[in-house]
Design a protein around this ligand. Sequence first.
Ligand code: PMV
Length: 325
Amino acid sequence: MKVTARAPGKIILIGEHFVVYGKPAVVMAINRYVQVTVEDRNDHSLHISSNLGIEGTFVKETYKPIKGIANKRILEPIKISAETALNALKEKRGLNITIQSRIPMAVGLGSSGALAVALVSAIGKLLGKKFTNEEIIALSTEAEKFVHIFPSGIDQAISTWGEVLIFKKKEDFTRLEVASDIPLVIGNTGIIRNTGKMVSSVRRKQVKFPEIMNSVINAAGHLSQKSIDALKNNDLFRLGELMDINHGLLMTLGVSHEALDKLVYAAKKNGALGAKLTGAGGGGCMIALTTLEKREKVFGAIHKAGGIPIIAEKAHRGVYCWIDD
Ligand code: PMV
C-alpha cells in the first residue's frame, strides 16, 4: 500500500518577530504544497527521494547518497520526522519516502514544516492510525527543533490546520475565520537567510535600545489587533494600510533588506493595497496584498524589480492524506 499526504506552506501576514515578544502574529496557509508518498520496504532502511534532485538511504545512522548533494544534514530532519512518527506508533520498519515540493526552500514559506507535517500524517495513515491535529503538530515539531533550534511551532500548526491562525506564542494559537479571499503576490528575493540569526539580531537591538524598541514592539501589538479586526470585517483596504505600517516597523527592527524594499516599493507603485516582508527577513520573501484586478500588474512589477513572483491564495485545507493503491 502507498499513502500520500499533502500539506500547505505559509506566509506570515502580520506580526513576525514581534510574536517573539508576546504580540500576536497572523499566519495564513497558502495554496503551495508539499506532497509526500510513503510505502513499506522489505528492510529497515529509509529511502528518500525528492523532486529537488536529492536521493539517498539511511541505514540506521549511516547516510548513503544516491543522487544530488551528499549532504546528510539536509535529509536528517526527514529521518527524524519518520522515526518520531514510527516510535509514537511503537513500530520499527523501513520506508520509501517520495517528496514532491512546490514550496521554495529556506525563504520563509514553511517548506520544512509542511514536509514534516505531511510525512507524519502519511506514516500514521499507512499504519492505520489517524493522528489528531495536536499529535501531528507535536510529532512534526521534533524535526523542526533540528532545523530551527527553538521553533515557535508556527509552521507546523498552520500546515496542519490550514486557513488563518492567530499565533500568540509557542503552542498558543486560535483559528481566525476570514470569509474573504486574500489575493497575494509573493515576491521571492531568492536570498537564503537564517531565521535564528535574524531573531538574535533583533534581540541585540532590543537590549541596546530598550526604551525605543519596546515602544516599537508595543505599537506592533496594537497593529496586530487592528489587523485582526480588519480581517474579521473583510476590510482588505485597511489591512493593506496596516501591512505597510508593519513593514516600516520591521525596517526599524533592522530585518528588511534592500532587495525586499525594492520589491515592496515596486508592488505599491503598481497598485498593491499593502506590501511587507514576510517571515524572518534579511532576504527571503515579501508579500503584496492586491485586488484581483491589480494582481497581474503587481506580479509583473515584482518580476521587473528582480523578484520571483508567486501568485498565492489562502489554502482552505490543512494536511490531508489518501491511499494511492
Ligand atoms: O521566516 P520564517 O518562516 O522562519 O519566520 C520566522 C518568524 C519569526 O517571528 C521571525 C520567528 C518565530 O519563531 O516566530
